[in-house]
Design a protein around this ligand. Structure first.
Ligand code: HEM
Length: 494
C-alpha cells in the first residue's frame, strides 16, 4: 500500500513538472523568433534582477542593442517611431498590467495605474486644465518662490569663500526644491524642505527604500493580484501608516477635505481646478499624492544630471553663462527669469534638451500590450506581449542625433534645419511620453522648473564638482535615487 501511495505521488509530481516544462516551452515558442539573453525567455527573474540591480536603464540599453526579447512575454523597443505608433489613438495598444504596480492605494487606481483607456481619458480630462496651469492663478509665482528658496539656501548656508569651505550635496538640495515646488502646487503651501534643509517626516528616506521594491513587484502580476486583493488586506502594510508616505497621504487628505463638503473652500489652484472639473474626493486625494511622487524625483534628476553635464563640460558651462550674462545685461532676463524669457534663450533651450537626452529621468519599463497580434519594427509580436520602451537607446540614436550622439553637445540643437530640429525635439519630448495618450501631465510644470533653475543658479553662483571621478551616487529604480553630488558653491565675480 505505501508503495502505491509513493508511486501515485511520484506520478503526480512528474506530471506537474512535465506540465510546467511544457507550459514554459509554449511561452518560449511565442517569441522564439526574437533573440534575447540566455535566461530571459524562461522566467521573469532576469527582469526582476535587472530592476533590483539599480542599473535597469543600462541593462535594458545593453540588451536592446543586441537583442529584442527581455522576458518570457517581454520585448524591449528602442525605436522612437515604432513607439509613437504604439502610443497613437486606436493603435490597439494599452497599458499592460505592470502599471497596476504603480497603485499607491492598493485598492484604488490613479492616473498612472489606470489601465482602461476610456476611464483614463475621462480622468485626464479632469486633471489636464489644472496641470496645464490654465485654471491656476499663481503657478509661475509659486515656482519662483521655490527657486528663490533654493538660491537662499545655498547663499545662506553653503557659500564657500577663500577662507571657508562648505561643500554641499547638490542632489539633495535639488530634491528639496522639486518637493517644495510640487507640494506648493498640490497643496497651496510648500512642505518647507528648503527652509528646514532636512528630509521632513523621512519622506525621502522612505520613498528611496520602498520605490525599488514597489517597481519590482510590478514585474510580478501574480504577486500584485494578491497584494491588491481586499481578501489579503491583513497581509499588506498600510501605506497610510508608513513614515513619510503616510504623512504625505495625511496632508493630502487634509488639503482635499476642506475643498469638499457643505462649505467647501474654493481656490483657483491646481486642486481647485481638479474639483471644478468634477474629480471625486477620493480621486483628488490619490492624485495629489501621485503628483508628489511623479513630479519630484523626475524633475530633480533632470536638474541634477544636466548640472553635472554642464559642470563637466567647460565649453558648455562658459557659453551658457555668457548667454545668461548677456541676457541680464541687455534686460532680456528679469529677476527671476520668466518662462517666456527663458524660451527665447537658444543656448539654454539647447542645454535643457541635451541634458534630458543624455540622462532620461523617467526610465521605467512603461510596457504596452495588445490583445491582438501586431507587427513592431517589422517583427511579429504575439498578442499579450509586453513591449517596454528603452529611453537610453532612443535618446542615443545616431540616426536622429548624429554620429556623436553619445556626447553631451548642446550645439547639435543650433544651426540646423527646422525639420531636423523638429525630429530631434519630438524624440526628446518622448521622455514626457509626448505624442501618446499617456503624455506626462506635469510636463508644463517640469519645463517651467527647468527654464528657471539653471539661469537663477548660474547667474549668481559657480559650481565646482568635488570629485569628478566619482561625481554622485545614482541608483536606477525606474526613477533615479541620487545623492552625494558634492559640489563647492562660490559667488560669481562678475
Ligand atoms: C523631467 C520631468 C518629468 C519627466 C521626464 C516625466 C515623465 C513622465 C512619463 C514618461 C510619463 C508617462 C508614463 C506612461 O507612459 O504611462 C509621465 C506621466 C505622468 N507624469 Fe510626469 N514626468 C516629469 C515630471 C512630472 C511632474 C513635475 C509632474 C507633476 C506635476 C508629473 C506628473 C505626471 C503624471 C500625473 C503622469 C500620469 C499621466 C497619465 O497617466 O495620464 N510628471 N511622466
Amino acid at each position: 500500500m505505501p508503495g502505491l501511495v509513493f508511486t501515485a505521488a511520484l506520478t503526480g509530481f512528474a506530471t506537474a513538472v512535465l506540465y510546467l516544462v511544457i507550459a514554459r516551452f509554449k511561452v518560449y515558442a511565442r517569441l522564439k523568433h526574437i533573440p534575447g539573453p540566455f535566461w530571459a525567455p524562461w522566467s521573469d527573474i532576469w527582469l526582476l534582477r535587472a530592476q533590483l540591480s539599480g542599473r535597469m536603464n543600462f541593462i535594458l540599453y545593453d540588451a536592446n542593442m543586441k537583442y529584442g526579447k527581455v522576458g518570457p512575454k517581454w520585448v524591449a523597443c528602442g525605436d522612437g517611431e515604432a513607439l509613437r505608433k504604439i502610443g497613437g489613438v486606436r493603435s490597439g495598444w494599452q497599458r499592460s498590467f505592470w502599471y497596476r504596480g504603480l497603485r499607491i492605494d492598493p485598492y484604488r487606481d490613479n492616473a498612472f495605474s489606470t489601465l482602461d483607456d476610456e476611464v483614463h481619458e475621462k480622468l485626464r480630462a479632469k486633471l489636464l486644465p489644472g496641470y496645464g496651469g490654465k485654471d491656476v492663478d499663481n503657478l509661475h509665482q509659486l515656482i519662483d518662490e521655490q527657486v528663490a528658496g533654493l538660491v537662499s539656501l545655498l547663499e545662506d548656508k553653503y557659500l564657500s569663500t577663500k577662507t571657508e569651505f562648505k561643500p554641499v550635496d547638490l542632489a539633495r538640495k535639488v530634491q528639496y526644491f522639486t518637493l517644495d515646488v510640487i507640494s506648493a502646487l498640490a497643496f497651496g503651501k510648500e512642505f518647507g524642505y528648503l527652509k528646514a534643509d532636512a528630509d521632513l517626516f523621512g519622506y525621502i528616506e522612505t520613498t528611496e527604500s520602498t520605490l525599488p521594491i514597489m517597481l519590482a513587484t510590478a514585474f510580478m502580476p501574480w504577486f500584485l493580484k494578491i497584494m491588491q486583493s481586499p481578501r489579503f488586506k491583513w497581509l499588506i502594510p498600510n501605506a497610510r501608516e508608513m513614515v513619510g508616505i503616510g504623512n504625505v497621504m495625511g496632508l493630502a487628505q487634509d488639503a482635499v477635505a476642506e475643498r469638499y463638503g457643505d462649505n467647501p473652500v474654493v481656490k483657483r489652484d491646481m486642486l481647485g481646478s481638479f474639483v471644478a472639473h468634477g474629480l471625486s474626493k477620493e480621486d483628488a486625494e490619490g492624485e495629489t499624492v501621485v503628483q508628489i511622487i511623479a513630479g519630484s524625483d523626475t524633475s530633480a534628476t533632470a536638474i541634477r544630471s544636466t548640472l553635472l553635464f554642464i559642470m563637466t563640460s567647460p565649453l558648455v558651462y562658459n557659453r551658457l553663462q555668457a548667454e545668461i550674462d548677456a541676457g541680464v545685461e541687455e534686460g532680456r532676463i528679469s529677476s527671476p527669469i520668466t518662462d517666456a524669457e527663458a524660451r527665447e534663450l537658444p543656448y539654454l533651450q539647447a542645454v535643457i534638451r541635451e541634458g534630458l537626452r543624455m540622462w532620461p529621468p523617467a526610465t521605467a519599463a512603461l510596457p504596452k500590450v495588445s490583445d491582438r497580434d501586431q507587427v513592431v519594427c517589422g517583427v511579429h509580436i504575439p498578442a499579450g506581449t509586453n513591449v517596454a520602451w528603452v529611453p537610453w537607446t532612443i535618446m542615443r540614436s545616431k540616426e536622429t542625433f548624429g554620429p556623436d550622439a553619445d556626447l553631451f553637445r548642446p550645439e547639435r540643437w543650433l544651426d540646423i534645419s527646422p525639420a531636423q530640429y523638429r525630429a530631434m525635439d519630438q524624440t526628446v519630448m518622448m521622455e514626457f511620453a509626448s505624442g501618446s495618450r499617456w503624455e506626462c501631465l506635469g510636463k508644463t510644470v517640469a519645463q517651467i522648473e527647468l527654464n528657471k533653475a539653471y539661469v537663477e543658479l548660474l547667474r549668481r553662483f559657480d559650481f565646482t564638482l568635488l570629485d569628478p571621478t566619482n561625481p554622485w551616487k545614482s541608483f536606477n529604480a525606474a526613477v533615479f535615487i541620487q545623492s552625494d553630488m558634492n559640489v563647492m558653491v562660490t559667488r560669481r565675480e562678475v
